[in-house]
Design a protein. Sequence first.
Length: 259
Amino acid sequence: MIIGASTSCFYPLETEKALKKVTQIGFSVTEIFMNAPCELEDCFTNELRKIADYGGTKIVSVHPFSSFMESSCIFGDYQRRFDDYIGIYEKTCHAAAVLGAKIIVIHGAVAFPKIPIPDERYFERFERLIEIGRREGVMVCQENVNRFKSQSIDFCKKMRIALGDDFHMVFDIKQTLRAGQDTFEFLEEFKNEIVHVHISDNGSLGDCLPPGKGNFDFKRMKSILDSAGYKGNYVIEIYSGGLDVAKELTESKAYIENI
């Protein structure tokens, strides 16, 4: 298993400082969570690339800062708003290419918006995002996210049918729990489409714990993905809260690598 860490683990520390911490801990791969429009500019992404290269860390994925507005600005029914905001994703995909990342993580639309979003429109707009990514040599992927359409196995099945070979998933353990889904059922169903995994632990203390601090069956997860020939990474994504993040990530990395 190749274990990475997301810069989001150190939020709200500035992205470049969070990346330095990830490299200092010794992670060979990372996901960059963008936090502002200015971070998509070449001058900033070139600096991030230098930090990662100097630290011997490969940037494998990018999470857009704009996830919070995708429901109304990308998948909503007002065409002009879509036309204005799609440029953010053009810049995000370009930023990923500059960073050497191959994966863009998309949350999508909320499960129950005030104005319903037809599945057909959702899939058409997602196809547009995929095409933008393809031009930059990156893969735009759907993440399963609690309270979003993608929390549902049935919705993701429909999306797989609609997108065909262009359907790829980022799988997040904690999101299945929060959505009341069976984590291993989700893994079994989409093991052939999963290209990137966000890991965290869960147990009596919560559902977003550092790996090794709960009772999640990581061996079972790995076995399911191995059966599909999974070649992607496992990126730790936890929320800082009151944690000593660097310490927790160091311990988590050692725990997962011993599985």
